[in-house]
Ligand binder design. Structure first.
Ligand SMILES: C[S@@+](CC[C@H](N)C(=O)[O-])C[C@H]1O[C@@H](n2cnc3c(N)ncnc32)[C@H](O)[C@@H]1O
Length: 294
């Protein structure tokens, strides 16, 4: 049985990096007048209560989205992502009540959107979604909130399920592979899934998130992915914290993209110094940004 629940980590520094990049890639796909499919192999619950027991137990969101929430000086990509999170916080609650705000006021930070919600905010009527989630409780939550014509929630293994999803019709898609890496085998499964999917659908955009932890599999993952990218890749990593006294802990995270938007490197280069300054939990916070253009 899976123990990992994203509710404990929603909105942390790793979600900030992942969702900021996700927002930009989805915007890019939406620029062309041709539908795309969003395939999320590890979708989570779709949305999270930051005042709920899980998020309150760790309060990780305070060092992530919490540090960006009320800032008026956000650079463009970060501002766009934060705006989406703010819109998500303007939804009516279960009693039908939405926060009432004066013009220009920021809503209180109470909710955090998962990757499916961010995608839904950016989808156009012809676009579609396939959401895999293995944990039964999270899959149920997802199914409750995500229905409709162009959306399928699939309570199955996303690594195995990806095979049947590529190539999609029409042949335009973003695949987000965002495992919890609770099992060390996940690193190898990411590589195998991407290799297989790229053989079937080389022109797809693939986005892999990984944790920056003291584990050889995590360190090797981006290198292994570079070998699978036929048409170019981009790798971004944001290091914000120090390891704990035993040398463990999530010190940062990375996102590896196959077939990235061609402007992304330049755009991220302009944002990352701000993110390092704003999300740093120690003096030597840093970023890495590298690419192999198409
Ligand atoms: C990091 S969370 C996903 C977060 C989500 N993508 C987001 O950004 O909001 C990873 C999720 O994968 C689920 N999971 C773990 N193994 C899985 C598998 N083999 N297939 C599908 N889902 C899996 C976990 O239950 C967890 O909800």
């Amino acid at each position: 049985m899976l123990a990992y629940r994203h509710g404990f980590h929603a909105g942390n520094h790793a979600d900030v990096l992942k969702h900021l990049v996700l927002t930009r890639v989805l915007r890019y796909l939406g620029e062309k007048d041709k539908p795309f499919r969003y395939i999320d192999t590890h979708a989570g619950a779709g949305g999270y209560l930051l005042k709920g027991a899980q998020a309150q137990k760790t309060t990780e969101y305070r060092e992530g989205i919490g540090r960006l929430w009320s800032r008026a000086d956000l650079p463009p990509l970060t501002a766009d992502y934060v705006r989406l999170v703010q819109e998500f916080n303007l939804q009516p609650d279960e009693n039908g009540q939405a926060p009432v705000l004066e013009k220009g006021m920021t809503p209180p930070l109470a909710l955090y959107p998962g990757s499916p919600s961010i995608a839904r905010q950016l989808m156009r009527p012809g676009d579609s979604m396939r959401l895999f989630e293995l944990h039964p409780a999270d899959a149920r939550t997802l199914a409750t909130h995500f229905g409709g014509k162009n959306v399928q929630v699939i309570n199955e293994d996303g690594f195995a399920g990806l095979k049947g999803q590529v190539p999609p019709t029409p042949r335009r898609a973003l695949v987000l592979i965002d495992p919890s890496y609770e099992l060390v085998q996940d690193y190898g499964k990411v590589v195998a899934s991407v290799r297989d999917a790229v053989q079937r659908f080389a022109e797809g955009v693939y986005m892999v998130w990984y944790p920056q932890v003291s584990r050889v599999e995590a360190v090797q993952l981006p290198k292994r992915l570079t070998a699978l990218a036929p048409k170019g890749w981009l790798h971004v990593r944001l290091t914000v914290a120090q390891p704990d006294a035993k040398g463990f802990g999530l010190v940062g995270s990375g996102v590896f993209i196959l077939n990235p938007p061609w402007t992304l490197h330049q755009e991220l280069a302009a944002e990352l110094p701000f993110l390092v300054d704003t999300l740093a939990q120690f003096d030597d916070a840093s970023y890495l940004l590298e690419e192999q253009p198409a």
